[in-house]
Design a protein around this ligand. Structure first.
Ligand code: FEO
Ligand code: CA
Ligand code: CA
Length: 705
């Protein structure tokens, strides 16, 4: 189904959330169009009543789009160059949403005192009144010594391997002691949109050069960025500028050597003809969101790795959504490791959490098998009271699970090589758990419409079910009928066997540093309650869930290693006028509409920031802030929107700066290099480029105070 206009496309409802067909194809390998991979028989409760959204609520969102300026309204493919550049069109304030359009001091939770950005469809990044933004770094900008300036007509694998990669997702901004005004930016490059990268791209006949450029455009980037050091009347801005050729700048790609560590390293299941040791893997694929460890490394989740592998035939392949034919990108024609018929174990070497040490450019990044193999959306870390890391991770698939890993080793403090080496092994020993949730309301009260049960909350209790424990001396399975190695490689099947709770696409899982409560973004699941698929339950209370929800989890005794927890739904997303939405009980006439929550972050005030992927409300994706405690708990405000076809990723919220990754701008079905749907960020005549954007306050003060 073509998505002609963002508004019309979402009303057609043929793609989950508001995604374009192009997004589904290149990012997830059309995951939502295939059979639901989880056909296991875990129990569900709840009666079904059609939970479709009213047309009125969708139209309301559309009606507030008030974009001025030629060519800035919803994108029509077929009008190349007809769009405004990233400078941003005028977007009217919307009194309908909280403090929208307010002049002067805006009331709100500390950190969220800004006039909300109204929903819109501008081909621009739009930010609140009184805020400024600029592009920090774009796809293709040179970061390594010798890399050429970006030229879309003269791309090469060698050039791309020294340039910032495509489709930035997770972002980390790390301190750089000893270098005043500088920070170290780490980015994941989730996937490539070949049709938007190469002029004349033929999906049936990709060239070796195009494929090798795509390999080099995947992976990670580390790049030092410099703050604007202007002082005086203009004040400090939030601008960040890349420092090319800095010795810490680095690219990791689909061909960089990785070490496979933990219980699966060396196993028969991961040995290949190129690596009989089963410990050396080339590359990382589909790195989505991630996390920062307290010992100064970054974690990156390998998400939709299935789509890169052709000719799957085993039941285990099917459970991971690996297709039985050729792949979209046809990489198997150029490297046989992507062909399961020839190299069946290569696919067992992807789908892990990757650890990257950005402070050691010579280090070999690792894949930690003890955290299990699934479509890791992210990996976020907190410490137990005795200093052991706990890592949360969601498996982004309809009806799949979320997990946590509790290490048995304590983090050491210090910067010596010995200490760093020790800390790099923390995620190799410990226990992997999967979540099972129970509701506390009678199943009959959860009718699939989103109507709250009589106790006024979707809530209940849960347990972390152990799957396997990895130790220095070996690994022990806690799942009947599966060895520990099988649990770590076929983790989804282990979750099936122990009766984990089938969720509506678990995305980011983020602990609140201020309270210890853990937030799980469940982005959407339009298959919930359809056909033979599981029906709504208290933790996933809407059938045909187009807009998603956010779950709040409290570990027992507030200890990260607890095996029991309480949970409640913090947000049930959608248009606030839709009765099937819930904003932690906050008055719904004072919140922004939100759909498809994805990446999460916290600011220093304890507010949760949520970026969205595929808004099904007819407006563009964005970034939102919401208070999690106090009288304003649930007051949600939109902070920015992103251009046509883009998703908002990687939010980083610092005191004076917000950073987002604008991923896959222009990714609208039918768009090509010659016929773009977006010309962001450089305007007509320029190729659309994923990029990182910084936002700050024009008056130089802190964000939202
Ligand atoms: Fe890469 Fe689940 O988003
Ligand atoms: Ca309840
Ligand atoms: Ca994501």
């Amino acid at each position: 189904m073509r998505k002609l206009l963002p508004l019309i496309g979402t009303l057609s409802g043929s793609h989950p959330g508001g995604r374009s067909a192009l997004t589904c194809r290149y990012r997830c390998g059309d995951a939502c169009f295939h059979e639901v991979p989880n056909t296991s028989s875990n129990e569900y409760a709840g009666d079904v009543i059609a939970g479709a959204l009213s047309r009125r609520s969708v139209m309301r969102a559309a009606a507030v789009v008030t974009v001025a300026g030629a060519g800035t309204a919803a994108g029509v493919v077929g009008a190349p160059g007809a769009r405004a550049a990233g400078g941003g069109p005028a977007v009217s304030g919307s009194p309908a949403y909280g403090a929208g359009g307010a002049k002067g001091k805006v009331k709100g939770a500390r950190g969220l005192r800004f006039a909300p950005v109204p929903p819109n469809t501008a081909d621009a990044v739009t930010v609140p009144e009184g805020y400024r933004h600029h592009v920090v770094i774009r796809w293709g900008e040179p970061i390594l010594r010798g890399a050429p300036a970006f030229d879309p007509e003269r791309q090469s694998p060698e050039a791309q391997a020294g340039q910032f990669g495509y489709n930035c997702d997770f972002l980390a901004l790390l301190p750089l002691p000893g270098e005043r005004g500088r920070q170290l930016l780490v980015a994941s490059h989730e996937y490539t949109d070949e049709i938007l990268m190469f002029r004349g791209y033929d999906p049936d006949r990709p060239t070796r050069e195009q494929v090798e450029i795509a390999w080099a455009a995947h992976g990670l980037s580390a790049v030092v960025v410099e703050e604007d050091r202007r002082t005086g009347k203009t004040g400090r801005t939030g601008k960040l500028t890349p420092v090319p050729r800095h010795p810490l700048n680095r690219r990791v790609t689909a061909t960089t050597e990785f070490e496979l560590t933990g219980p699966v390293a060396g196993s028969e299941l991961v040995r290949t003809s190129a690596d009989p040791s089963g410990t050396k893997v080339l590359g990382t694929l589909n790195n989505c969101s991630g996390g920062i460890t307290p010992w100064g490394t970054t974690l990156h989740g390998e998400e939709n790795f299935n789509q890169y592998f052709a000719n799957g035939s085993r039941d285990t392949d099917k459970r991971y959504g690996i297709g039985s034919g050729a792949t979209e990108r046809k990489w198997e024609r150029f490297d046989q490791r992507f062909d399961l018929a020839r190299e069946p174990n290569e696919v067992h070497r992807f789908g892990y959490v990757v650890e990257f040490d950005p402070y050691d450019p010579a280090s070999t990044p690792r894949k930690h098998t003890a955290l299990g193999r699934f479509k890791h959306e992210a990996a976020t870390v907190r410490l137990t009271h005795d200093g052991r890391p706990v890592v949360y991770s969601g498996d982004d698939e309809r009806f799949d699970y979320f997990y946590k890993f509790v290490s048995s080793k304590r983090m050491r403090h210090g910067t010596s090589r010995r200490v760093r080496e020790h800390n790099l092994t923390l995620l190799d020993e410990g226990t992997l758990y999967v979540a099972r949730l129970s509701g506390d309301s009678p199943a009959i009260e959860v009718d699939g419409s989103g109507r709250l049960p009589a106790d006024g909350e979707f809530d209940g209790s849960g347990e972390w079910i152990p799957l396997a424990t990895a130790t220095a001396g070996g690994a022990v399975s806690h799942v009947e009928g599966m060895t520990a190695e099988e649990v770590f490689v076929f983790t989804r099947l282990a979750g099936d066997k122990v009766g984990a709770t089938k969720m509506d696409r678990p995305e980011d899982v983020e602990p609140n540093p201020a309270t210890g409560k853990v937030y799980v973004a469940l982005t959407n699941n339009s298959s919930r309650g359809t056909g033979a698929n599981p029906k709504a339950d208290e933790a996933n209370p809407r059938n045909a869930n187009k807009h998603g929800h956010v779950l709040e989890l409290t570990e027992r005794w507030n200890r990260p290693e607890s095996t029991r927890f309480a949970w409640s739904l913090f947000l049930v997303a959608g248009d606030p006028e839709d009765p099937a939405t819930y904003f932690a009980g906050f008055p719904k006439d004072a919140v922004s509409p939100i759909s498809c929550p994805d990446n999460l972050a916290f600011d220093d005030h304890g507010n949760l920031w949520i970026s969205t992927d595929g808004s099904a409300l007819g407006s563009h994706d964005g970034l939102f802030g919401v208070a999690t405690s106090g009288p304003r708990r649930g007051e949600l405000r939109q902070f920015l929107t992103v251009p046509v076809g883009a998703e908002t990723c990687g939010p980083v919220v610092q005191d004076r700066r917000v950073l987002v990754a604008v991923q896959h701008p222009g990714e609208v079905d039918g768009a090509t290099v010659e016929n773009p749907a977006s010309t962001w960020p450089d305007g007509p005549g320029h190729i659309v480029r994923p990029a990182v954007v910084a936002v700050w306050r024009a008056d130089g003060r802190d964000i939202g105070v």
